[in-house]
Design a protein around this ligand. Structure first.
Ligand SMILES: [Zn+2]
Length: 132
């Protein structure tokens, strides 16, 4: 009985440590993003929380993102290293009014269509800032 208690306590302590570490990590990420927000090099699109596609910011393109049994549309434009929603079928049009995003971690969210466009920095690129 006594032994069981100790194990539970240790378990709880481990949980607290885990939460603290995660919290510290989140804060560190926040600080990092705040001070060192670099320009991203790609946009990640998720629909309904699931990965939809990733597009490089270095190539101009126009993508139609269909959602809700293809009834809803968000038209994503990538131009001059920036991404924005040109037009959307959602009622609020908040996503379409959002300014173009290009910094690492920036995102455009379309709540009605459940579309999220986030700028990411892909680690694969050796020299992302080297534009020739
Ligand atoms: Zn929208």
């Amino acid at each position: 009985m006594e032994k069981q208690k100790t194990t539970n306590k240790r378990h709880l302590r481990n949980d607290i440590i885990l939460v603290a570490v995660l919290l510290l990590f989140a804060i560190a990420c926040g600080i990092y993003l705040f001070f060192f927000r670099a320009t991203g090099d790609a946009v990640k699109v998720t629909v309904n929380g699931k990965p939809y596609a990733t597009y490089s910011l270095s190539e101009n393109r126009e993508v139609n993102i269909y959602t809700g049994n293809n009834k809803q549309l968000n038209r994503l434009i990538v131009k001059d290293g920036k991404a924005f929603i040109e037009t959307a079928t959602c009622p609020d049009k908040i996503c379409a009014e959002h300014r173009a995003i290009f910094r690492d971690g920036e995102s455009i969210v379309c709540l009605p269509n459940r579309v999220v466009v986030t700028v990411i920095k892909s680690d694969k690129t050796d020299a992302p800032d080297a534009v020739t």
